[in-house]
Design a protein. Structure first.
Length: 200
């Protein structure tokens, strides 16, 4: 039996931090895992900026609530879930993701959580498990699942390399250049064909 593991941001929904950066005009927050391979470094960088600007969690959630899934994402995911077990493996946070999960009809999501202080500001991040995407794939394989994975960024590489089959979804040019042997999909039709093993 196969199971499909998908990244969330950049694959099914827009990049949350980019949307918040555009709303607030803080250009530094546009830096994502497409730019910084080390997720811990990236999150510490983001938290520093949030503190300096005294942004509250509610301000970020307001922007997230205004976002819509990427064009075609809802139909793709609905069709995929009707024929496959699907888990979203994301480095986002439950406090960020819930409005988007509602719009995607509540797929299974494994992600992290935030620690919020009395001023409704993000104090710290509570990681579910270090390198959780790769380890989740490994545990699923131990349960005799064939794992097919797709993501778009550097923080997806552990998941992608460990999966039985993997495909990059609309990745940055630098990632494609570094991993020329990985299949690439630029749209949901190609991604679905790969998942269904109609092409490699």
């Amino acid at each position: 039996m196969q199971i499909v593991c998908l990244d969330l941001e950049g694959v099914l929904v827009p990049e949350i931090w980019i949307a918040f950066a555009e709303k607030t005009g803080v250009e530094e927050l546009k830096r994502t895992t497409r730019d910084e391979p080390n997720y811990n470094v990236l999150m510490n960088y983001r938290l520093d900026i949030l503190r300096k600007n005294q942004f509250a969690l509610s301000q970020i959630q307001e922007v997230i609530a205004s976002l819509e899934p990427l064009p075609g994402a809802c139909d793709f995911l609905s069709s995929l879930r009707s024929q496959n077990e699907v888990i979203l493996l994301s480095d986002t946070f439950r406090e960020f993701a819930m409005p988007l999960m509602r719009k995607l009809d509540f797929p299974t999501l494994f992600c992290h959580e935030l620690e919020i202080n009395s001023d409704n500001q993000i104090e710290a991040v509570r990681f579910r498990l270090d390198d959780h995407k790769r380890k989740t794939v490994q545990y699923l394989q131990k349960l005799n699942f064939e794992v097919i994975a797709s993501g778009d960024s550097y923080n997806d590489l552990g998941m992608l390399k460990t999966a039985d089959r993997c495909i990059l979804f609309d990745p940055p040019a630098a990632l494609v250049a570094e991993y020329p042997d990985m299949a690439v999909a630029r749209d949901y039709s190609r991604l679905r064909s790969f998942i269904d093993n109609e092409e490699s």
